[in-house]
Design a protein around this ligand. Sequence first.
Ligand code: KIV
Ligand code: ZN
Length: 506
Amino acid sequence: MRRIEIFDTTLRDGEQSPGVALNAEEKLQIAHQLGKLGVNVLEAGFPIASPGDFEGVRRIAQEVRNVGVAALARANAKDIERAWEAISGGESPRIHTFIATSPIHMQYKLQKSPDEVFEQAVQAVRLAKSKVSDIEFSAEDASRSDVDFLARVFTGVIQAGATVLNVPDTVGYATPEEYAAFLKAIMERTTGIEKVKVSVHCHNDLGLAVANSLAAVGIGVHQLECTVNGIGERAGNAALEELVMALHTRRDQFNVETSIVTSEIARTSQLVSRLTGMMIQHNKAIVGKNAFAHESGIHQDGMLKERSTYEIMSPSIIGVDVESIVLGKHSGRHAVQQRLADLGLELEDSHFEELFSRFKLLADRKREVTTADLFSLVDEQKEKTDQINLDYLQISSGTHLVPTATVGLMYQGQRLADAACGDGPVDAAFKAIDKVLGTQGKLSHYSLQALDGGEDAQGEVTVSVKFGENLVAGRGVSTDIIEASVRGYLQAVNRAYTRGWIEIKQ
Ligand code: KIV
Ligand code: ZN
């Protein structure tokens, strides 16, 4: 069976989702998991974009092995030099350079003639080739480009040394048949196309990203670009898990295979959701909470008689397993350690001891400590690098009271505290945090849900907060929903602080 490569751009295009701001540590964690998932290439970021992006890409290139690491660069010398600086220490580095080729982008955005764009593309690939052998060239807005012009650009960049040609549907405008026909025409008209790999990169503005990518598989493309949970610019990119499971489940139709370890899909999806703060919709294909849930009586009856009546793939194939041992306040170190190992969350001894004491505190507050709770405990541990931490929280609220919050925070070894009133206890607590720190966060999204089923589930709060022009997400979990809200807000504050978007006034 033909092998198709998976190029994951969660850390680049996915990270461009509004509100997502990952630090280098978080990017590295996701990159390691993408390695376990078995992607062929991971796009680690856009090094010229910021010092933080550069550092994230550099560390991933140095520390993540057995997977290609790509860095994005516009088609100019400065970007390419910076991208190369970031990935040169890697095992299999790839420079990914791009320029727009559609009339609308060339005329209005670039304000360049087609000949100038052609020249710039070829020069960029030539420069990149002088540094590394693996060069991907993307024609931004390819699907709205003139087919003959695009074939001319592709022919030129192949001669200059490109090894992968990407045909993005940048604005998610294409339809499957149209996109397949366009790809076919490009492949027929580009000289030297047989020497390179052809890649597709589809956005989801019309909800067609996965369908368009799958249509391209039928044309014989070699690489699919996608993101975990389909996150990305605007409506996002083709979702990795949907592409992979469609190819796997319907291999009778597609006749291709990937190198993805499907049992790592659920874990990867959860990790990306937690660290980006982007919740997964319940009915999301493959990784949504309801993707394998059967509600109606008729369906449940069918399932009990024969699973294949309503189940086209088993949850275990994506790594969703039914837990056999219930963890609670009577569970010992060994049981907790074993469950963490099963979840791929091995910790060093000293970290484990700390986590175990927090596990015991949590188990005192709720009957069962679930997988989601464990993931949260591990996350909290990782967030120990936060500069601003919650020390204490006191709320007074009720039907005849003005909601008031007093918040104590630890910052640079000092305890800072203040109080504020608000429309409700959460609003009061957020205002108190801003008062303590001298920040001015504007809440643009707030959601609260139970972390998982059961009456003693922890509350999980996700927030998006605007600091000036910058939107940043945060997530907090606790048995107390006000505390969860405060923790979510503080995560957003910490992310904004790390990125230099806010200053703390003491
Ligand atoms: O959507 C797009 O065109 C891109 C390119 C940079 C590949 O993300
Ligand atoms: Zn894109």
